[in-house]
Design a protein around this ligand. Structure first.
Ligand SMILES: NC(=O)c1ccc[n+]([C@@H]2O[C@H](COP(=O)([O-])OP(=O)(O)OC[C@H]3O[C@@H](n4cnc5c(N)ncnc54)[C@H](O)[C@@H]3O)[C@@H](O)[C@H]2O)c1
Length: 350
């Protein structure tokens, strides 16, 4: 019984480590076998130049190779060829080019499947990055845990930025497990209902401080804790909104907090730039999330955004996620301090 094929690489081809596609060859009796595998989990098995097997949904190059090797053995033993990889229905899009492979990041702000942070987490993961995620408290845990499983997150921790020590504990664990960090997505904001829904002129001091603390200072704090871990550089992201620039009805004190946040982005970008750390605010158009449900007449804001934006379209959390992931790629290495609008162009229209 055949149990092993002796695969060799062709030394003369540029297909070694780091090459996009790796090729392996073996000769068994009169059969010349060939396997090629790509880093995104696609591969082919050829016998005497004819393709007899294919894998297009493996996790990575290694798994693709193992599958094709098993197929080769089955072929040589005269057994039917089939892949053992079950195509599971996944919430993570199947992106072939793993542009962020090897990068590791922290994503804070997933409350449920509608969260902007979830859109970001899906995109980063689809591009091959590893992500650590947090959940607010025990109540939120049951919604976040299944999503963390989808993401195959190695680090899933509680984080309420109002609880002393929790943020530090997250970074400590990252330091211990990963020893490095490539990106952070800060996608949280909070303002007490009475503070948010009253006008700016009536804002009480405690409500103002809570709003600024959760929605702005925590980003600065995360930058502080991430800096020593971004030894080879990295990218810090936070979520802002157009209400920081213009008076948007009902956005009130959150607009003030977002203006401070965007300004913090610029100062942090200037201070951390020499270390290769880039800092961005992403400014999405309105999205129907839990946080948005605290803003009165939010439906009217959605209708207006759709009617006025040049793209005549609302944005999705996936649109926001992909744009954010792009800025984490090395191709964007000279872009920093930016507030990137993902709003169908709404902000350019009078
Ligand atoms: N939804 C929109 O229309 C919109 C548009 C532009 C920007 N944003 C911004 O995007 C970010 C994410 O919001 P979202 O719309 O995805 O809503 P969301 O409700 O899904 O996310 C908000 C997150 O903030 C977290 N949070 C609140 N208080 C916290 C605390 N004390 N500690 C830790 N986490 C805390 C919540 O747990 C939640 O995960 C926010 O900064 C929001 O202002 C939202």
């Amino acid at each position: 019984m055949m149990s092993k094929v002796d695969w060799k690489t062709d030394e003369t081809l540029a297909v070694g480590k780091g090459a996009t596609v790796q090729e392996f060859f073996a000769t068994v009796g009169s059969n010349k076998l060939q396997i090629d595998v790509a880093p995104w989990g696609e591969g082919h098995l050829k016998v005497n130049g004819r393709e007899i097997g294919k894998v297009d949904n493996a996790k990575d190059r290694r798994q693709a190779f193992r599958e094709l090797d098993k197929m080769a053995i089955r072929y040589l033993m005269g057994q039917p060829l089939k892949s053992d990889i079950k195509r599971k229905s996944s919430m993570i899009p199947a992106v072939k080019a793993k542009l962020l492979e090897g990068k590791k990041g922290l994503i804070v702000g997933i409350a449920n499947e509608n969260s902007i942070a979830w859109g970001c987490a899906k995109a980063f993961r689809a591009f091959g990055a590893e992500v650590a995620v947090t959940y607010l408290n025990d109540k939120a845990k049951k919604y976040v845990e299944p999503l963390a499983r989808e993401l195959e997150s190695p680090i899933v921790m509680p984080l309420d930025v109002g609880v002393p020590g929790q943020l530090e504990a997250v970074f400590k664990r990252i330091s211990k497990e990963w020893g490095q960090l490539d990106f952070v997505v800060h996608s949280i904001a909070f303002s007490p209902k009475e503070t948010l829904q009253g006008g700016v002129v009536d804002v009480p001091r405690d409500g103002f401080l809570t709003t600024m603390d959760v929605s702005c200072w925590t980003f600065i704090r995360m930058a502080h804790l991430a800096e020593p871990l971004m030894k080879k550089g990295g990218t810090l992201f936070t979520m802002s909104y157009y209400g920081s620039q213009m008076v948007v009805k009902n956005y009130n004190i959150m607009g003030v907090a977002k203006a401070a946040l965007e300004c913090a982005v610029r100062y942090l970008a200037a201070e951390l730039g020499p270390k290769g750390i880039r800092v961005h605010a992403i400014s999405p158009g309105p999205l129907a999330t839990r946080a948005a449900s605290g803003i009165p007449e939010f439906d009217a804001l959605l209708d207006k955004a759709k009617a006025k934006a040049p793209a005549r379209s609302l944005v999705s959390i996936d649109d926001v996620g992909v744009a954010t992931a792009f800025l984490a790629h090395d191709a964007a290495r000279l872009i920093t301090g930016e507030t990137l609008y993902v709003d169908g162009g709404y902000h350019i229209i009078d």
